[in-house]
Each structure stands twice: as structure tokens, then as C-alpha cells.
Design a protein. Structure first.
Length: 143
């Protein structure tokens, strides 16, 4: 019986270490979810589009991720943390997630339903959708 008590008393520090580990993992998981949620589009893109479109779709999603970070950083450096009008109470990054998420979804749906599109045409459509997403997100972030 005494060996069991000794074992349980030695096990207590392990439990506290495991609790700290899970608390840290939960914290960093929430931080990842709140800061890098749109990286999921980069991983989903090659699963949805056709074989010849995979690289372009991944680059499109990655470019959206990078440009969103640049837009938010630029506006925060200027001092516009909640837009110029204060109409939306969401943080800038959350608004960008919504706008770029909608455009990523539209892009992937259009890519899925256009399997026989030639390379230059597909690239032109990709650039068009990217610039539409950029302009829409700029307007939404500034509101």
C-alpha cells in the first residue's frame, strides 16, 4: 500500500506538467485558429480543383493569405484598427478572412466547374478574381 502512495505522489508532478502542456496547446491552437485560419484554403485548393489547375489554385490562395496580412499591417501602422467609419466592430483580420474566404470559395467553385479551360485563360481569370478580392477587401477593411 505504501508503494502505491509513493507512486501516486510521484505522479502528481507529471499530471501538472501534462495540464500545463494541454493548456499551452489549447492556447496556441486558439491563436493559430484566430491568426492563420485562411491557410486552410491553401491546403484545400489542390483537393478541389483539377490536375492542371492545382499549382495556380495554391498560389492564388497563398497570395490571398500574404496580401491580407500586408493590408492589415498597413492599416494598423496608419492607425486604422477598426476602419475609418467604425461601422463594423470586427477586427481587420476577421473582416479580411470573410472577404477573402468568399472569393476563395467562388474561385474554387468556378475552377471545379471549368475543367477544360486553357492555361492562359485560367491564369487571366485567376488574376481577375484576385484583383476583385483585393479591391473588395480594401473597401471592407476601410469601412
Amino acid at each position: 500500500m505504501q508503494n502505491l502512495r509513493c507512486f501516486l505522489s510521484r505522479d502528481a508532478p507529471i499530471k501538472s506538467i501534462m495540464n500545463e502542456f494541454w493548456n499551452d496547446a489549447n492556447y496556441y491552437g486558439v491563436v493559430f485558429l484566430h491568426q492563420w485560419l485562411d491557410v486552410v484554403w491553401v491546403m484545400i485548393a489542390p483537393l478541389i480543383v483539377h490536375r492542371g489547375q492545382r499549382l495556380k489554385a495554391m498560389i492564388f490562395a497563398l497570395l490571398c493569405v500574404i496580401v491580407l496580412r500586408l493590408q492589415v499591417e498597413s492599416l494598423e501602422q496608419v492607425g486604422v484598427r477598426h476602419g475609418l467609419s467604425g461601422l463594423f466592430h470586427w477586427p481587420l483580420l476577421t473582416r479580411g478572412f470573410v472577404v477573402y474566404g468568399i472569393f476563395n470559395l467562388v474561385y474554387l467553385i468556378l475552377s471545379r466547374f471549368s475543367p477544360a479551360t486553357r492555361g492562359p485563360i485560367y491564369l487571366a481569370a485567376t488574376l481577375s478574381i484576385f484583383f476583385m478580392a483585393f479591391m473588395a477587401s480594401t473597401i471592407v477593411l476601410l469601412i
